[in-house]
Structures are given as C-alpha cells and as structure tokens.
Ligand binder design. Structure first.
Ligand code: PLP
Length: 441
C-alpha cells in the first residue's frame, strides 16, 4: 500500500504546488473555504469504499450497519444545525453537490417541462436556477423545465419583488427559487412566500452561499417561509463538497372542511435524489457533512460567522473609501460585488491581474450587464480568509493590494487597448509591468 508520494510523485508534486498556492495567495472567491482537518479525514477515509444505494434501513447492498448510523447522524445534525423540529422537517444528505441537488428538487416537485422562476444569472442567480439566454438554454434546468427569470432593479441592484409578483401572476410557476450566488443583500423570504401563495407555487430557498451565516443566526433564516431548502455544504458552512435538501413534513394546511392537508415532499425528494438522479451516495462526504454540522453548533463557529460578516462589511466600506462602486451600496452577507462599469477595466481584466499577484477572485456580472460572458465586475468573499484568521485590519491591507492591482490594470490597459488578449500579452511581456507585478506579489 504505497503512499501517493511513492506511487505517483508527478501527481503528488502538483498537489503540493496547489497546496502552496492556496496558502500563499489571498483567497477571495466567495464560494470557497478551507475545510477542517476533521472533514478532510472523513473525505479520505474507508467510507469512500462502500456502496449503499437506498436510505438507512432500506439499502440495496449489504454491509451497511455503520453507514446507516453515519447517515442518520448526518441527518440529525443537519436538522439540529438549523434548530428544526424533526416532526416538521426532514432532510436528505445524499446529493453529490449543489447542482444535482437543485435538479433533484425540480424533478421531485415539478413535472418535466413544468415552470420554475429564479433570479437571472447576470443579476446574481445561479446557472441551475433555470438559466437561459434569449437564444440558448444553457443549464439543464432550462432544458428540462420552462424557466422565467426575475431581475434586480438596474438602478438600485435590489431584487424587484413587485416585478416578480407581476411576472409570477402571468407565468404561473410551480416553484420559485429564492437563492443567490452573487447578491449581497438578505432576501425577503416573507415577500417570496406571499408571491408563491398568490400563484400556489412552492417556495424553494437555495441558501448554498449563506448557509453558514444562517446556521450561526447572523442573518435571517429561510426556514420559516420555505417549503424546501437546499444548501451546499462547502461554502460558508465550511464542510465537504456536497449538498443537503431539507423538506417540510407534517400539516401543510387545513381546508374549508377542517381536514388536514399533509405535506408529501419526503418521498418526492428522496426518490428524486435516488433512484431519480443518483446511484450510490458518497459516504465519505456524508460523514464530512455530519462532522461539519457538529462544528456548526459550536461557539467558535458563531464567532467565525460574525467575523465573516464584519470582514465583508469592512471590505465593502474600505473599497468605497477608495472610490470603488460597490453594487447595492454595501453588503449584508459574506460577499461584495465591485462594479467596474465606466472605469475601462472589465471584470475579466481585473480577475487576470489580481490572479497574477496571487489575489484570487472571480469576474462577475453586475446589474445592467448585457452579457454574462463579458461581465463588468468582480466578486469578493470573506469566508476563506476569515478561516485563516483575518480580521478587519487585515482586510485594510487586502484592499490596498486590490487597489494597487486595479491601478496596475489601468496602466496595462493604457498600453494594450480594450481587448483582453492584448491586455494579457502586455501583462506577460512588458518588462516594466512585469517588475511591478513582481513587487506587488
Ligand atoms: N446554488 C447556488 C446558489 C450556488 O452558488 C451554487 C454554486 O456555486 C450551486 C447551487 C451549485 O453548487 P455546486 O457547485 O456544488 O454544484
């Protein structure tokens, strides 16, 4: 049983380089984090070897005595992390990741080619919320379901709930998604609920990005108003790469005759995950989920999430002080969207130059962008650096580095003209610029 460094030094070397990159750069991608040693131990454990199609107690394979216990533990802790009553909520912990989990929710609750509504991708939604362009259905969630996007107000950058209400009345979706990948304000779940009720749609909260903040109670929770809630477990939650789907159980409503109408989501969601979309669950990830949700109940986790939030607000303010335009004027969550419209620098150029000096973030559309392919902003998130112990004063320095990077981008731009390929060429070949990159790095 040779170790990786003996059996495959070429691969091991690349992995060591990636580790060094992660530790020496400034990690500001809003969806990334550094998970704990405990989670990593689960992921590389013998649980990986086991097949266990089905649910605890109802498996299609033998040998699942301990796997059943691990999955039940993960379920219990997932519910506890959000203070959910097991009489009212159930949870499936088998989804491989957020995208298949979202597809499972739609296949479970909406008939094929039924209607869904989600926040448009350029406005801060996720691909799996039914993203399509006027000419192309980009995501499978748009190919197999009919999707209509709702939007943010182009001036304020805030979700236009009034417009959503009107669109929902005409489109009559079966399900509305309240969830974001790049929107820096808390969602008005009550308003979403009212809109869903007005058209008899399910309210599905995709809290993938914010679920750590929700678990710590530092931002509003979607559970009070939602029928189904999905989260990935690897973003602000800091667990393994996986996802969980919470669904309501018990009484949904009482009809005019006084009869109780029960929720019927449990079988629909469980069946959609397996056998609908997946085969054997990844038991090593499920163990990682269990231990991540244990961590989410600690004081340390709550302090961490408070710091994530404080750092994000500080980051937004300091960038504003330096004259940057921050979408929606600030943030309520862990991410900040910098709008570069009117500066001559695109999101792609900003990402390129920051990457060059080991500041890792991603280009992103900002409200009003015509295309998701050439966005004019970049997104920053604080979960990963907060895990590394950064506090507000450290972010002062992060902002200084970003500002120097963007100023350098302007210099490169002046030499290269507008095209990204020319920009990259100057960045790589101009000696004076190379010197400045090296200094900043
Ligand atoms: N939902 C939201 C809101 C996301 O931001 C993401 C990923 O960034 C996903 C779903 C998909 O998760 P995954 O990348 O694990 O498939």
């Amino acid at each position: 049983n040779a170790t990786l460094w003996d059996s495959d030094p070429e691969l091991f070397d690349l992995m060591q380089k990636e580790k060094k990159r992660q530790l020496s750069g400034l990690e500001l991608i809003a969806s990334e984090n550094f998970t704990s040693l405990s989670v990593l131990q689960c992921l590389s454990s013998c649980l990986h070897n086991k097949y266990s199609e089905g649910l605890p107690g109802q498996r299609y394979y033998g040998g699942n005595e301990y796997i059943d216990k691990i999955e039940l533990l993960a379920q219990k802790r997932a519910l506890e992390a959000y203070n959910l009553n097991p009489e009212e909520w159930g949870v499936n912990v088998q989804s491989y990741s957020g995208s298949p989990a979202n597809l499972a929710v739609y296949t479970g609750l909406v008939e094929s080619h039924g209607r869904i509504m989600g926040l448009d991708l350029p406005d801060g939604g996720h691909l799996t919320h039914g993203f399509a362009t006027p000419t192309k259905k980009i995501s499978a969630t748009a190919m197999f379901f009919e999707s209509m996007a709702y939007k943010v107000d182009p001036v304020t950058g805030l979700i236009d709930y009034d417009l959503l209400a009107v669109l929902a009345k005409s489109f009559r979706p079966k399900l509305i998604i309240a969830g974001i990948s790049c929107y820096s304000r808390v969602l008005d779940y009550k308003r979403f609920r009212e809109i869903c009720d007005s058209v008899d749609a399910y309210l599905f909260a995709d809290m993938a990005h914010i679920s750590g903040l929700v678990a710590a109670g530092v931002i509003p929770s979607p559970f009070e108003y939602s029928d189904v809630v999905m989260t990935t477990t690897h973003k602000s939650l800091r667990g393994p790469r996986a996802a969980v789907i919470f669904f309501r159980k018990g009484v949904r409503s009482v009809n005019q005759k006084g009869e109780k109408i029960m929720y019927d989501l449990e079988a629909k969601i469980n069946h959609a995950v397996f056998p609908g979309l997946q085969g054997g669950p990844h038991n090593n990830s499920i163990a990682g989920i269990a231990t991540a949700f244990k961590q989410a109940k600690t004081e340390e986790f709550v302090s961490y999430q408070k710091q994530v939030l404080a750092n994000a607000k500080h980051l937004a303010k300091k960038l504003q002080d330096k004259g940057y335009n921050i979408a929606t004027g600030g943030t309520d969550v862990h991410l900040v969207l910098v709008n570069l419209q009117g500066t001559g620098i695109s999101g792609a150029k900003a990402e390129t130059i920051l990457d060059e000096v080991s500041i890792v973030c991603n280009k992103n559309t900002v409200p009003g962008d015509k295309s998701a392919l050439s966005p004019s902003g970049f997104r920053l998130g604080t979960p990963a650096l907060t895990t590394r112990g950064f506090v507000e004063t450290d972010f002062d320095q992060v902002v200084d580095f970003i500002d120097k990077g963007i100023k350098l981008a302007k210099e490169v731009n002046a030499l290269s003209g507008p095209k990204l390929v020319d920009f990259k060429k100057v960045l790589q070949t101009n000696e004076d610029i190379r010197k400045k990159v090296k200094e900043l790095k």
